[in-house]
Design a protein around this ligand. Structure first.
Ligand code: NAD
Length: 455
């Protein structure tokens, strides 16, 4: 209904009739002015993650979510319900197929665009939004090719705005306390870092939704990520989701800021988990049509990365097997180490020799100033509160049109791990080199992540 009124307005504009709102929108886009005190926001992809962002935005008094694009009626209905519940006027909805987001970008007067669609769309949508000079926040994934990463970089460089890569784990409370300790030199000079995505996603990859019986379905008639994520496990073998692990690691090691990743090598185990899940599931079995699928994704993909300044990194991707969730961080330097899986650390001169110490007292003592300042506001927000910090930082940077702490060069570097690891595995774990997306700027850039306690 609302769409139709847009079509009428745009056809009037096409006929040369002056529409003040549209002219204002065009000139605003051409010359983004900062700072702003209120943002017009659009969400491209209002599925589960998009709705989580919308919830946080609707709780703020400085953002108006004025439009969403999503072709899925179920997700649109869920999203609109969030507005109704809060008594906030509904956003305009663009749901006429996969490309209707382009109409949204053409018609709406936007400051900030948040992209929470399936991975396949992230780069196209980011580029389209940057071309409209909207500040862009784009959700995490892995790239499909190195060319795609370069396209993203070039699009941002052509624009007069920024791309904020929405890696929320960089804002996790323990991760930030450890960053504080790294910066204060408690671990000495860093030598080795580990992280990864170790999350049993079998119930996400096969999910037919609330009320659907949670069988072993994926694809068009499944729910949320089972619609689009599972197919990657059928056709690809590499670290498909590197950024939750590599984001914090990159911040610890100042990657793209006087340090950089030089090359990696990846190895994948055989694939068993998803097939076994289908066969063993009460709604699956040996005769289920999905039991014939050969999944290409190795259940454990392990990637080793070497940094220019001599550090090594190990990254894990482990999503197909029964296991408790753990991102498996390890930060090790000349004076000691932290490992999140056993919630402990050891620091020479502070810890009893050769013994682990509980990390908790250190995490409290070195709680990051940002967390100390805003912990009460983050209470109840997604993923232990870190999503509040992510969205707050996004909004504050967008208000000022400031370069984000996780920028397009970080996005390109972290996303590139996926195609590089695929190439390495396909080549018998051969080493593959990282492109320098900063084109040499890493030699002088400073790490601005969480250097202010404001946002
Ligand atoms: P989802 O399937 O629930 O939501 C994706 C939505 O995008 C769906 O509603 C779908 O209909 C919509 N969509 C599909 N094609 C579209 C198009 N062409 N235009 C507009 N909308 C389109 O998946 P999700 O769990 O919300 O994941 C979305 C993104 O967020 C993914 O990149 C995922 O990896 C990421 N994610 C991040 C976190 C985190 O903690 N950082 C958590 C969950 C998901």
């Amino acid at each position: 209904m609302k769409r139709r009124s847009f079509i009428q307005v745009s056809s009037l504009a096409g006929a040369g009739v002056a529409i003040p709102g549209i002219q204002a929108a065009q000139s605003r886009k051409a010359t983004r002015k900062a700072p702003r005190s209120r943002l017009n926001v659009a969400i491209l992809g209002s599925g589960l993650r998009g709705q989580s962002h919308i919830g946080l935005l609707l709780d703020r008094d400085d953002c108006d979510v004025i439009a969403i694009a999503d072709p899925d009626q179920v997700m649109v209905d869920r999203t609109l319900q969030m507005f109704r519940k809060r008594g906030i006027s509904a956003p305009r909805v663009y749901q006429d197929g996969d490309e209707d987001y382009l109409n949204l970008l053409d018609k709406e007067d936007l400051d900030l665009v948040i992209i929470a669609s399936p991975w396949r769309w992230h780069t196209e949508m980011s580029i389209a939004a940057l071309e409209k000079n909207c500040y862009v926040g784009v959700e995490v994934c892995g790239a499909f090719s190195i060319d795609e990463c370069w396209e993203l970089v070039r699009a941002q460089e052509r624009s007069n705005t920024h791309l904020f890569f929405l890696e929320n784990v960089c804002y996790r409370r323990d991760v930030m306390a450890i960053l504080n300790m790294v910066r204060q030199g408690l671990f000495g000079e860093l030598l080795h870092l580990e992280g990864g995505y170790q999350h049993d996603l079998r119930g996400v990859k096969f999910n037919d939704g609330p009320g659907g019986g949670s069988g072993v379905k994926f694809g068009d008639d499944a729910f949320s990520e089972a619609k689009w994520r599972t197919i990657h496990s059928v056709h690809r073998n590499g670290d498909l989701y590197p950024t939750h692990g590599i984001g914090p690691v990159a911040m610890y090691a100042d990657i793209n800021r006087k340090n950089r990743f030089t090359h990696l090598t990846s190895m994948a185990s055989k694939a068993r988990g998803l097939h076994n899940y289908i066969v063993d599931h009460p709604m699956g079995g040996e005769n289920h049509p999905n039991a014939d699928i050969e999944f290409k994704l190795g259940d454990l993909v392990t990637t080793m990365i070497r940094c220019n300044n001599g550090e090594t990194v190990v990254l894990h991707h482990d999503t197909n097997l029964p296991r408790p969730y753990s991102l498996g961080f390890r930060v090790q330097g000349t004076k000691g180490l932290w490992m999140d899986v056993n919630k402990s650390l050891h620091i020479e001169g502070m810890s009893p020799p050769h013994r682990w110490e509980e990390a908790k007292p250190y995490l409290e003592k070195y709680d990051h100033p940002l967390w100390k300042r805003h912990a009460n506001k983050a209470e109840g927000a997604g993923h232990g509160g870190m999503d509040w910090f992510l969205v707050n930082s996004l909004v504050e940077h967008a208000m000022r049109n400031e370069r984000p702490p996780m920028d397009v060069y970080d996005a390109a570097t972290w996303l590139a791990i996926t195609p590089l690891s695929e190439a390495s595995i396909a080549g018998g774990s051969m080493p593959v080199t990282f492109p320098d997306f900063t084109r040499g700027r890493w030699t002088t850039a400073a790490n601005t992540f969480a250097t202010s306690d404001a946002y």
